[in-house]
Design a protein around this ligand. Structure first.
Ligand code: NAD
Ligand code: TYD
Length: 350
């Protein structure tokens, strides 16, 4: 049986990738390696936890000895690496966690895979999941392409850029069988409510202020998380070693416009006058180094591997809001304890 290690599969995107692979490939064993930080939650995978082709392993990718032993024991054929510290605001508060997990953790995985594969890369693959934020910020026009020069601005994006360079360096130096994708902002079920979409849905429900950074004019390119998971599946199975693919849905929204759509949808579903929660919008101090605009050109992926997003944004937002409204218990669980402390530190003085 083929063995694939997915790192960070208790998190937002990883959980959707693990579910897709476990259900779609019953003859492949999926191992989920996750440290279960504040962002990792095994409740995200309750529906597959007893599947015979799924195993959870708790562990930290920063611990190089542990990672090497794990690879020796299980002899993975492939790795899909999603584990990361992923929130820009946290990276501004505490960059070192990002350096350790995103850079050192990635190199530990590269070294362990290189060790067990020992130059025989036939049928082996290391898939590094990255972000469009490595490309920096666009003005009002243009797109990020696979060959756009890296220009990261936050500790988060700089740590992801560094890990991307290292993964490519292992390919160029050792012939290591890697592949990378850089995706735009994801939204959908199971996202930790520190990111814009789930945070704002939760706050609208509880009539709490909606903290809009700066003037709300920054632009992001939004993709439904399950479409990202499908792209990862296609790239993992059909992409060529050494390649990079941009993933995005050509779906740009100014923050303030996206927020108004969210408000309308949530208000309607809660039986409020649609738009009435706009009174909760509160403009707060801008994020330091806030990138103005991200926009992905995913032509290469669409034309060479035939992937395209399956959902229109309006459908995706409806599904997302429905999920958070139906999963209040999930939200309550992840927003208790440490979350409150984080929230007070982040927004208390704004
Ligand atoms: P997330 O924060 O929801 O999940 C990250 C997971 O990694 C969590 O389960 C966490 O417990 C685990 N983890 C963190 N540190 C670890 C460590 N040291 N050892 C083992 N596990 C650890 O993140 P996400 O939004 O699902 O992002 C997943 C990946 O996709 C990241 O690499 C991120 O850079 C990338 N990405 C995210 C987006 C987005 O919009 N969320 C867009 C493009 C790319
Ligand atoms: P976020 O979801 O943190 O993703 P990223 O920074 O990786 O793009 O933020 C999306 C956009 O929303 C970004 O421009 C910052 C903005 N934002 C706010 O205005 N208020 C908030 O409370 C948060 C979390 C984000």
């Amino acid at each position: 049986m083929k063995k694939i290690l997915i790192t960070g599969a208790a998190g937002f995107i990883g959980s959707h990738v693990a579910r897709l692979f476990v259900n779609k490939y019953p003859d492949t064993h999926i191992f989920n390696l996750d440290k279960l930080t504040y962002a990792g939650n095994l409740e995200n995978l309750k529906d597959i936890e007893h599947n015979p082709n799924y195993t959870f392993i708790k562990g930290d990718i920063v611990d190089g000895d542990f990672i090497l032993e794990l690879f020796k024991e299980y002899q993975f054929d492939g790795v899909i690496h999603l584990a990361a510290e992923s929130h820009v605001d946290r990276s501004i508060e505490n960059p070192m966690e990002f350096i350790m997990t995103n850079i050192v953790g990635t190199v530990n995985l590269l070294n362990a895979a290189r060790h067990i594969w020992d130059g025989d890369f036939e049928g082996k693959r290391f898939y590094h999941v990255s972000t469009d934020e490595v490309y920096g910020s666009l003005g009002n026009e243009g797109f990020f392409y696979e060959d756009t020069a890296y220009d990261p601005h936050s500790p988060y994006s700089a740590s992801k850029a560094s890990s991307d360079h290292l993964v490519r360096a292992y390919h160029d130096t050792y012939g290591f069988p890697m592949i990378i994708s850089n995706c735009s902002n994801n939204y959908g079920p199971n996202q930790f409510p520190e990111k814009l979409v789930p945070l704002f849905i939760n706050n609208i429900c509880h009539n709490k202020p909606l903290p809009v950074y700066g003037k709300g004019e920054n632009v992001r390119d939004w993709l439904y998380v399950i479409d990202h998971a499908h792209a990862i599946d296609v790239i993992f199975h059909q992409g060529a070693n050494g390649e990079t693919f941009n993933i995005g849905g050509h779906n740009e929204w100014k923050n303030i416009d996206l927020i108004k759509v969210l408000i309308k949808v949530v208000d309607k579903k809660l039986g409020r006058e649609p738009g009435s929660s706009e009174k909760l919008i509160t403009y707060v101090t801008d994020r330091a180094g806030h990138d103005l605009r991200y926009a992905i050109d995913s032509t290469k992926l669409q034309e060479t591997l035939g992937w395209k997003p399956s959902l229109q944004f309006e459908e995706g937002i409806e599904l997302t809001v429905d999920w958070y409204l139906k999963n209040q218990e999930w939200l309550d669980n992840v927003t208790s304890g440490d979350y409150q402390k984080y929230y007070d530190e982040m927004y208390g003085d704004r």
